[in-house]
Write a protein that binds this ligand. Sequence first.
Ligand SMILES: Nc1ncnc2c1ncn2[C@@H]1O[C@H](COP(=O)(O)OP(=O)(O)OP(=O)(O)O)[C@@H](O)[C@H]1O
Ligand SMILES: [Mg+2]
Length: 270
Amino acid sequence: MMEESGESRKVLVRLENVDKAFGKKYIIRNLNLDVYDGEFLTLLGPSGCGKTTVLRLVSGLEDATAGTIYLDGKDVTDVPASKREVNTIFQNFALFPHLTTWENINFGLKMKKIPKKEAEKRIRSAISLVKLNGFEDRLPSQLSGGQQQRVAIARGIVMNHKVLLLDESLASLDLKLKREMQFELKKLQEKLKMTFLYVTHDQDEALTMSDRIAIMKAGKIVQIGTPDEIYDHPKNDFVKSFISDIELINYKKTRKEREAGKNNEKEGKA
Ligand SMILES: Nc1ncnc2c1ncn2[C@@H]1O[C@H](COP(=O)(O)OP(=O)(O)OP(=O)(O)O)[C@@H](O)[C@H]1O
Ligand SMILES: [Mg+2]
């Protein structure tokens, strides 16, 4: 039931005919979205179009006004946030300032009463994945922005949930660090085979990192597809101007590399 006809990929997150109103104002209208298992899917759109609201609906921080939300095939529309198997990484990282790196990462495990031995094992592995070895005892104020970002990511992955929601998680980093973290985050997602539902209003970031992008406008998805599909075949003028009116340095560079790689494969080169 949760599988696309013709494709055998499992759907991990599904929003079906979802509406969200605040008071009488509808912010999300009849939204339908499938996120596949292991996919990096980005919601991209201008400020105020409803991206964060979609993440909050999936995590249970907001209730849908109408429609159904599924996680891993299960209807979770009425399941409270604390019982949904997702983690969110917020833009401001939301680390506890009085807790160390280790304690911040341990926080969710403690809440879930994961046995100490198992928790330690997971924390150690998460710390080494995000390359924070040696920073276990530091407070957030003693870490750089990028290091704090890594703590937030470690805290998200340590729960072993299949879905990670990321809301503008790299937005506050300077450009150089942002590029580095984009690369590392993508590598980590592929390595852990996790499903990322990612929110950004940075076009270049979306085109560079995502498997698929959903372009949103005023609470609706206007186009969904791979970065190349959206870049090459924008569905309407809105998508076209939204995607092409800016410099896409990283996307163009990585696309060139990708295509060069494919050609080499075809010709039997390494
Ligand atoms: N709790 C709320 N009560 C009333 N209106 C809200 C509430 N939360 C969000 N909104 C409104 O819903 C709309 C969508 O907000 P949302 O935060 O989802 O946008 P966004 O796409 O994430 O924007 P940004 O890129 O600026 O973060 C906005 O008009 C916002 O003012
Ligand atoms: Mg937002």
